[in-house]
Design a protein around this ligand. Structure first.
Ligand code: PXP
Length: 237
């Protein structure tokens, strides 16, 4: 059964909408773990639009499964991660104007910069995952900079409008997952996955973990967080 990492950024988005204290991502993290998730994921954005620094330090104290911290590939963010020491850091591209992370990290095009950040995190004993498009060139580049994991961006698959397009994206994800696995990296996947489209990817054996946020939190508003997490976990079995 693949593992499920639940991204709780949007619990904080709802809180920030009123600038108050609820809903609290810490309470959400406890419920997510009770419901059987294998890990928690948060993205500390440079503009702090949802998760705040204090959320992160509190999460690090209470998360009992695994805390995966997403940050931009930037030295000051890496230093902040070193002080918090999450179980995994995932480097993602970040642009202030975007609604959500668009596209994967261009590891091949900025190898030196990314290698430096990976080394910095490794020196602090933190394993590193790189969020990349399902593209063989990027998988090879991730291996060259000594990434421990890749997280394959499933956005193009999730947004595919036609069956043929969707099939091509499944194929690309499968090829990228196989190569990453062969090169000795762990393979995660995520972005845009929901209760309808995730099942098809579970046939790709090399993907061991799915990181899912928006669809779970959106469903939780209607059916409750524990049920939303349990239902997603069942789809991964
Ligand atoms: N993985 C990464 C690297 C992400 O940046 C995000 C979005 O923050 C997700 C997974 C989750 O995407 P979604 O919210 O669409 O499920």
């Amino acid at each position: 059964m693949a593992r499920l990492g639940v991204n709780i950024d949007h619990v904080a988005t709802l809180r920030q909408a009123r600038g108050g204290i609820e809903p609290d991502p810490i309470a959400a993290a406890v419920l997510v773990e009770l419901a059987g998730a294998d890990g928690l994921v948060v993205h500390l954005r440079e503009d702090r639009r949802h998760i705040q620094d204090r959320d992160l330090t509190r999460l690090r104290e209470i998360v009992q499964t695994k805390l995966d911290l997403e940050i931009a590939a930037d030295e000051s963010m890496a230093k902040m991660a070193l002080s918090v020491k999450p179980h995994l850091v995932t480097l993602v591209p970040e642009r202030r104007q975007e609604l959500t992370t668009e596209g994967g990290l261009d590891v091949d095009g900025q190898r030196d910069k990314i290698q430096k950040i990976v080394e910095l995190l490794h020196d602090g004993g933190i394993p590193v995952s790189l969020f990349i498009e399902p593209d063989l060139v990027q998988v090879k580049a991730a291996h060259k900079v000594a990434a421990d994991y890749v997280e394959l961006h499933t956005g193009r698959y999730a947004n595919a409008k036609r069956a043929k397009e969707e099939q091509l994206e499944v194929e690309a994800l499968s090829q990228a997952a196989k190569l990453a696995y062969k090169l000795g990296m762990g393979v995660n996947a995520g972005h845009g996955l929901n209760y309808r489209n995730v099942k098809r990817l579970t046939h790709i054996q090399e993907i061991v973990e799915y990181n899912i946020g928006h669809s779970i939190i959106a469903r939780a508003v209607l059916v409750g967080l524990e049920r939303a997490v349990r239902e997603m976990k069942q789809l991964l079995s």
